[in-house]
Design a protein around this ligand. Structure first.
Ligand code: FAD
Length: 385
């Protein structure tokens, strides 16, 4: 089926990203993979390409586009080449919407120009060692100083993507105790300068996949955060998370679908070349059936993504619909990539083959941004269950 979600401008952008990956990423990706992160300078290259400013208003140095479609294309092209751009996805897809929606004009003037140039890289810290799915249980605190000029931040976060390179982190912290009838009350968002005294980056975590993304532990000991760096209103952070998580989940759905599509392409190419028992792997009926079944799943996931992207651009994608798209596409990708790896035999298990990287990278899609079980809870709630 012809995709109608992208126009000529989008396809031209796709060509640019594809050429950029071929020239600037593929030749050095093994080095990044071994180092466990992309070099900091790479973010300046992405900034020069204009990627960080696409959705930033023109007055702050961006292109002022109000559409998720360019982000979707970046995800699709990264998946196609089985690479990822480190923490840059979090910078744009996760952090920017919060700044656009909740920062004051003064804050936007202060933060967005350097956001666009890559001088200031952003990350977002919700998860804590003791709290992931149940975010209302977070323990990090931010107490207002007696003179009311700053918050004093104490606590720890973990699994923070981009945590090593980040210059500012949107930290979710308790500024007030929960109410008896509302556990979600009392959480605020602070845009913390990572050079502040008492702020430290702990271990860069050793992960199964997404090897080039710097996922880190963070610790805060009496970090002074000026009140000017509070994002939005005090104690309303949980509702801000609720409003922005659907875009994060859509982004994960699109990335997962694209990884599944790439897996089919890699497998098809591999089985056409590899011979066993005197014939190509592609010639076995099992291989044809496996790839056909995978293709059907990818087609369905593509349709889901395309509808969800259009709905999101129209401002209509609900939290439950985003959860449904994430659940469906990430579960499809899980099945499809596993079957495509199987068709590679032992070579599929080797990191030098892109299918191995896709397999490892994709696994987290059913976990982060909310697990599949949490997605089911959201969908069930929307069904009145
Ligand atoms: C590579 C990576 C990058 C990440 N990046 C970030 C980041 O940048 N910022 C950030 O804040 N976080 C980040 N995370 C954290 C991620 O969002 C959490 O890991 C995720 O939300 C799950 O939380 P948890 O790990 O504490 O698991 P838990 O909440 O402890 O869940 C354990 C199990 O219990 C299940 N479970 C939980 N609640 C229920 C329920 N109500 N009903 C049924 N089952 C349930 C879960 O589905 C899961 O199977 C990242 C994680 C990873 C792995």
């Amino acid at each position: 089926m012809r995709r109608t979600v992208f126009n000529e401008d989008h396809e031209a952008f796709r060509e640019t990203i594809r050429a950029f990956i071929e020239a600037e990423v593929a030749p050095v990706y093994d080095e990044w993979f071994a180092a466990g992160q992309v070099p900091r300078d790479f973010y300046y290259k992405l900034a020069e390409l204009g990627i960080f400013g696409i959705e930033v208003p023109e007055e702050f140095g961006g292109a002022g586009v109000e559409s998720f479609k360019f982000e979707a294309i970046i995800s699709e092209e990264c998946a196609r080449a089985a690479v990822n751009f480190g923490g840059s996805g979090v910078h744009v897809l996760l952090c920017l919407p919060y700044i656009k929606a909740y920062a004051t004009e003064e804050q936007k003037k202060r933060w967005l120009p350097d956001f666009v140039t890559g001088k200031t890289m952003y990350a977002i810290a919700m998860t804590e060692p003791g709290t992931g799915s149940d975010l209302a249980g977070m323990k990090t605190t931010a107490k207002l100083s007696e003179d009311g000029t700053h918050y004093i931040l104490n606590g720890a976060k973990t699994f923070i993507t981009g945590g090593v390179h980040a210059d500012r982190v949107i930290v979710c912290a308790r500024t007030a105790a929960p109410k008896e009838d509302d556990r979600r009350f009392g959480i605020s968002l602070l845009v913390v300068d990572t050079k502040a005294e008492g702020y430290s980056v702990g271990r860069k975590l050793d992960k199964l996949g997404l090897r080039t993304s710097d996922t880190a532990e963070l610790a805060f000991v009496d970090v002074k955060v000026p009140v000017e760096d509070l994002l939005g209103e005090e104690n309303k952070g949980f509702s801000y998370l609720g409003q922005n998580l659907p875009q994060e989940r859509l982004g994960i759905a699109v990335g997962a679908y694209a990884q599944a599509k790439a897996a089919v392409r890699f497998a098809q190419s591999y089985v056409s070349e590899r011979t066993v028992f005197g014939k190509t792997v592609a010639s076995f009926q099992n291989t044809k059936f496996e790839l056909a079944a995978c293709q059907a799943e990818v087609d369905a996931a593509e349709a889901v993504c395309d509808r969800a992207i259009e709905a999101h651009d129209a401002g209509e994608l609900t939290a439950a619909e985003a959860a449904s798209a994430k659940l469906f596409c990430t579960e499809v990708a899980h099945r499809v990539i596993d079957r495509c790896l199987q068709l590679h035999g032992g070579y599929g298990y080797m990191n030098e083959y892109p299918i191995a990287r896709l397999y490892a990278d994709n696994r987290v899609n059913r976990i982060y941004g909310g697990t599949s079980e949490v997605m089911k809870s959201i969908i069930a709630k929307s069904m009145g269950l």
